[in-house]
Design a protein around this ligand. Sequence first.
Ligand code: GDP
Length: 527
Amino acid sequence: MKGKNEVSDEAARRRTFAVISHPDAGKSTITEALAVQAAAISSAGAVHGKGDRAGVTSDWMEMERSRGISITSSVLRFDYEGALLNLLDTPGHADFSEDTYRVLSAVDGAVMLLDSAKGLEAQTLKLFDVCKHGDVPILTFVNKWDRPGREPLELLDEIEQRIGLHAAPLNWPVGVAGDFRGLISRADGSFTKFVPQPNGKAALAVTMTSEQAAAELGDVWETAMEELTLLTEIGAELDHEAFTGGISTPVLFGAALPQFGVSALLDALKTYAPPPADRRTEAGGTRPVDAPFSGQVFKVQAGMDKAHRDSLAFIRVCSGKFERGMTLTMGSTGRGLVTKHAQTVFGRDRTTVDTAFPGDVIGLPNTHGLTVGESLFDGPSVTFPPIPAFAPEHFMVCRAKDVGRYKQFRRGIEQLDSEGAVQVLRSDIRGDQAPVLAAVGPLQFEVVAHRMEHEFNSPVVLTTIDFNECRVTDAESGAALAKMRGVEVFTRSLNGDLIALFQDKWRLRAIEREFPDLTIEQMLAAG
Ligand code: GDP
C-alpha cells in the first residue's frame, strides 16, 4: 500500500529535536549556524519554499528581541541531505516557563549545548532532567571552542560525574584552549583545520590528511593523538543502543559563531538522532508510526495581542498522515475537531499546512477546547500519557482588582489554568477569590496579568507569598502538614493533586527529617 509506505518513509527521514542550554551558551547562534550550513550543504537548487532559511531564522529572533519574549514558540525546518530536521524552540532567558519543559515532550532527541568554559550550568541541568524523565536521547555539542575554555577530558569527566552519561566523542579538538587548530574525526581520522576569518565571517574548514597535519602541527598534534589513544583505551566509543537508551551521549566539539564543526553536528543528527518511533499510549501499548493519524497538544499559545483574541494549539504529529480538512476526534471528550485552518508554525510564517507526518508540528488556531496534553486522532482511538506538570518555583496570590468582576475573574483563571499558562492552587482557607498561582518562570505571572486585563476584562493584583518549595502529598499526610507552621496545603484545580507549599527548603528538610513517614514527593524537575 502506497499510503502506508509514504508515512513510514516520511517519518524515517525526520529528526525532531530541541537544543537545551543555559542562557549565553550560544543557542541562537547555533540555530542560525545549523540553518545556514544545512542550506549551504544541501544540494544546490533544493527548494526551500520562501526565501532562504537564514532569513527566517533572523526574523524569528528579531521578533523575540523586539517583543522581549518569545510570543510564538516556533519550529525551524531544514533539509539536510535527504533528512528533514525539525528544530523546536525551547524558550529560555527571561521567558523561561513551563512551555520550555513541555516542548521537550514533543521531540525525539535533544542537543545539549555547553559553553566550553562553563560546562554544565543550572538551566541545562534542569532541562536535562526533563529529557531524562521523558527518555529523550541527548547529543552533546561543546561550543565556543575558539575561545579559552576547559580541557576536553575534564569536560567529558564532568558529563559523566554530574549527569551520569557515558561520553563518546565523535570528534576531538586539536590545540589548547584559546589556540584552537581544528577537529579530528574519530570515525575516519581525518583532520579539518580551523582557519578563522576576520569580521565575524565563517571560518574556513580545510581538510588535511593526518600526515600533513602531523607535519604542520607538531607537538599539539601529538598531544591530541595521545588523548585519542586514551579515549580508545577507556572505551569511549559510541554505542547506538546506549545512546538511544539514555546511557551515553555522543559529544562533538566546535564553535557556532564561526560555524565550525556545525556540519559534523548536522551529520550526527542525521545519522544518530532517532526518527519518530511508535508512541507509548496511556493504556500501556503503542501507537505505530504508520497507524492512522494521531497527535498530542504540547502547547497552547494565546495571543498577547488584544486585537486578535487568537490562540494556537501546537500539535506534535505522532502517527499517520495529517491532511488539512480532516476531522479529528478529541480524546478527552470524543468531540470532533475540524482542521480546516491548520497552520505551519515555522518562524513567523502562518501559512496553511496541507499535509504533515510523524515528527512534524502543526498549529490549530482558535480551538478553545484544546488543552495541553490532549490527544487527537483519526481512526482507532488513542490516549497518550499526560504531559507531566513541572515543579513550580514561583508563587503569587491573585485577586481581582475589582471584586464586582468576579465572574470574569473566575472565567479567566479557569481558562488560563486549563491552557496550562500557570498552575492554579486553591484552598478553603484562602477561598476562591484568592487562588495561589504557581509558575516555573516569573514571566508566566506577567502573561497572566496581561491576559486577565485585556482578554478577560478583569485586571488582577498579584501579591508575593512567602513560599519557596513545592511538593506533592496525599490526603493523610496533607492533613498533618496543614497543621504545621510554615506549610500550607492546596488542591491543584486542574487535576485535584494535593500540593504542599513550604516556606523554604530548611523548613521542608526539618519536616522531612522529623516525620519521615509523611508523603512528600518531588514534582518533576524541581529546581
Ligand atoms: P543564547 O543565549 O544561548 O541564545 O546565546 P547566543 O547565541 O546569543 O550567544 C551568546 C554569545 O556568545 C553571543 O555573543 C555569541 O556571539 C557568542 N557565541 C556563540 N557561539 C560562539 C562561538 O562558538 N564562539 C564565540 N567566540 N562566541 C560565540
